[in-house]
Design a binder for this molecule. Structure first.
Ligand code: AMP
Length: 415
């Protein structure tokens, strides 16, 4: 099957076309045929489209909404000169898999989309006002452009974490607030944590029940997950992706009183403060320079910029703290796995996070750490480290494509 994997953000559309089916899943031979990103939808959009490993096409066009952006991709995909293997028209796409951010307590796994599911997603908007509306726009646009008979599947960021125990997901606030409004931790990046755990099992030959690991996804958004017996046991993001680790522009954990204090001190509205916490905090807020870790590392190294150094120190401190907490929660772990743009590409951040953890039995091998290259799975701990440490490049799109096949063919979903 050729699966069109779609990830719509508020002003962006990311896609991949992946060839996969039961046989390819079993043999790990799924194939990414094409991918692309359209940003700044609503104005002059920036477009990057790529077939396989060929040089990408880069362009710009006025695209007023997600539907026009998707129509642009479909037109590109269907024109003869694009030459995506096996794709000459819309008929060569067999299903669409959507990344949906919030599935609340209702959606605990990937699901074929029908009107009832759409209603359920609309009900989740309250919990994810920044994300779910864009996901729904993608679903409606795909319905119109691919036609109502095209199977569409929703794959949720929250679903993997639906196995967390009550003691991990409840906030210590009056229980009625959970009962009445479902205020609780849901966790995100679930497809990424799930994929990393799956690859860890492939690398080590462990069974799902024997998978007791800490996965650390460090990208522009960051989260850690304690995986016990193959299931999510705890995770750092909360009711929304704002909680937990320090991120590119998000604050992560903060005393809620700060919000009330700023309302009075600055005369800001709640919306302004939440916008600050989501968009102007984290690495960007502390450094005052950028949310981009690679640039910050450059500033720290070349100019010894004090606030760039501080932002990096704070970032690593917070990751270390969560790893420590999860080691305690799970009575140790069989491995720690790094993923995400920072986790996969920055030996400096991995070294800082894992420094001075020898008491816990964690010993990095610096030469392995330096050798870990983009896109490659690698062990980076020393041979005598009690806890092995891996870099495992994540692939959320692959999980999306595979779950789409499974939902369409009513196959079981291995977690
Ligand atoms: P992601 O959201 O997973 O694409 O990750 C984006 C983050 O990864 C940005 O902060 C990038 O600066 C960071 N990143 C990518 N490559 C590197 C690198 N070689 N060194 C440090 N950070 C990197």
């Amino acid at each position: 099957m050729n699966v069109f994997v779609l990830n719509c953000g508020s002003s962006s559309l990311k896609f991949q076309i992946i060839s996969t089916d039961e046989d390819q899943i079993a043999k790990d031979t799924d194939q990414q045929l094409a991918k692309g990103l359209i940003e700044r939808i609503g104005s002059e959009a920036i477009i990057t489209l790529q077939v396989g490993d060929q040089p990408p096409f880069k362009g710009a066009a006025p695209l007023r909404d997600h539907k026009s952006a998707l129509a642009y991709v479909i037109k590109w995909m269907s024109q003869p000169e694009t030459r995506i293997p096996g794709i000459t028209s819309l008929n060569d796409i067999h299903a669409v898999g959507h990344r949906v951010v919030h599935g609340a307590e209702r959606f605990k796994g990937s699901i074929l989309i029908d009107d009832a599911v759409i209603g359920g997603l609309q009900d989740c908007i309250d919990l994810a006002p920044l994300h779910n509306p864009a996901n729904l726009k993608g679903i409606f646009a795909a319905r119109e452009l691919f036609g109502p008979q095209m199977p569409q599947v929703a794959v949720f960021d929250t679903a993997f974490h639906s196995t967390m125990p009550e003691k991990a997901y409840l906030y210590a606030i009056p229980y009625q607030l959970y009962r009445r409004f479902k205020v609780r931790k849901y966790g995100f990046h679930g497809t990424s944590h799930r994929y990393i755990a799956f690859r860890y099992r492939k690398l080590t030959g462990k069974s799902r029940q024997d998978t007791n690991i800490i996965t650390v996804h460090l990208g522009n958004g960051c989260s850690a997950c304690a995986i016990k017996g193959g299931k999510s046991f705890d995770t750092s993001m909360g009711m929304t992706p704002l909680e937990g680790l320090m991120m590119g522009t998000r604050s992560g954990d903060i005393d809620p009183t700060v919000i009330d204090y700023l309302v009075h001190k600055e005369g800001s509205s709640f919306d302004e403060i939440f916008s600050t916490l989501n968009k102007r905090s984290g690495l960007l807020g502390i450094s005052g320079l950028t949310n981009d870790m690679r640039e910050l590392e450059g500033e720290a190294e070349e100019h010894q910029d004090r606030r760039a150094i501080l932002a990096i120190d704070m970032f690593c401190h917070r990751v270390k703290k969560y790893i420590g907490a999860y080691l305690a929660e799970m009575n140790g772990a069989d491995a720690i796995c790094f993923a995400g743009g920072i986790g996969e590409n920055s030996p400096t951040i991995r070294r800082k996070v894992l420094s001075d953890m020898d008491w816990l039995g964690i010993l990095l091998d610096e030469s392995r750490n330096q050798q870990a290259v983009r896109g490659k799975e690698m062990l980076i701990s020393a041979d005598d480290s009690r806890v092995p440490v891996y870099v495992i490049p994540t692939n959320e799109e692959l999980i999306l494509a595979r779950d789409t096949v499974r939902a369409v063919k009513s196959l079981p979903f291995p977690c």
